[in-house]
Design a protein around this ligand. Structure first.
Ligand SMILES: Nc1ncnc2c1ncn2[C@@H]1O[C@H](COP(=O)(O)OP(=O)(O)OP(=O)(O)O)[C@@H](O)[C@H]1O
Ligand SMILES: [Mg+2]
Length: 248
């Protein structure tokens, strides 16, 4: 479904992604694991096309020069130069690291805003699904999103991404800053999404332990470079992975 070949991203002269390639089959969950500054967000922004927006903005204000090389194919089509909004229309949806919400609007309004491209009956159906997935959110329907806890906001932002009806969901560090219990809740929800909707998911994380059991394939990156890849269980067994990405 998604083929990434030889991606390179430079911020001025600094290399953030170095010849990175990956392949994501439809209906699978694929993880990209790396520590701080490994290039996870850069990868997600390149996949979603957000980096094109950033590049244009920087050019306009005479800021830093961002250069990208390599190709991205989605369903066989070369989308490397496609704008992010067009990628969303094709079904690629990114849930960013600390995804922005509308703090003054309530939870349901946030879900509706995210679904502005869809018709009314689809919207109510999608909202129902989000509540089925995250029952905790039901009693928070009318709470201003800005007053939700970190974990609740994270559920909301995944819900917002689902409102767009993605075919490929990109999750940039969805477990960031969450308690172990909340991490389990989110991991269970992500598995459920894949099993119930057949959605394809790419997820980045700094810590491998909570997510390796659910993934089909994983890539480990260090300083923007692929250092290891394999099935979730292979990576679980790997002493280097255990040492570096299992946390304490
Ligand atoms: N806009 C930018 N301008 C310059 N350098 C950048 C920019 N964005 C990221 N970088 C650099 O690129 C490298 C990769 O950053 P990136 O945010 O992709 O890492 P990450 O794996 O997401 O890290 P984290 O776990 O902290 O979120 C880092 O060295 C970072 O400082
Ligand atoms: Mg990041």
């Amino acid at each position: 479904m998604l083929e990434v070949s030889n991606l390179m991203v430079f911020y001025e002269n600094a290399l953030a992604l170095n010849d990175f390639s990956m392949n994501v089959k439809a209906g699978t969950i694929v993880a990209v694991i790396g520590s701080n500054s490994a290039g996870k967000t850069t990868l997600m922004n390149t996949l979603s096309g957000l980096i094109i927006d950033t590049k244009i903005k920087e050019q306009r204000k005479g800021g830093e020069r961002i250069t990208t090389y390599g190709t991205i194919r989605f369903d066989g089509e070369d989308i490397t130069d496609m704008y992010p909004s067009d990628r969303v229309k094709k079904g690629m949806v990114l849930c960013r690291e600390r995804h922005p919400i509308f703090p003054e609007s309530d939870l349901v309004e946030n879900l509706r805003i995210a679904a502005y491209l869809r018709n009314r009956s689809e919207i109510s159906e999608a909202i129902e699904y989000v509540f089925q997935l995250f029952p905790t959110l039901v009693r928070l329907k009318t709470r201003k999103a800005g007053f939700l806890s970190g974990g609740e906001q994270q559920m909301l932002t995944i819900g917002m991404a689902l409102m767009v009806k993605p075919r490929l969901l990109l999750l940039d560090e969805p477990l960031l800053g969450l308690s172990p219990i909340m991490q389990v809740t989110l991991v269970d929800a992500i598995k459920k999404i894949r099993n119930e909707t057949g959605l394809t998911i790419v997820i980045t994380e700094q810590f491998a332990r909570p997510i390796l059991p659910m993934i089909d394939h994983g890539y480990i990156i260090e300083n923007g470079m692929l250092t290891m890849e394999g099935h979730g269980s292979e990576l679980m067994e790997n002493p280097e992975v255990k040492g570096a990405y299992f946390g304490v």
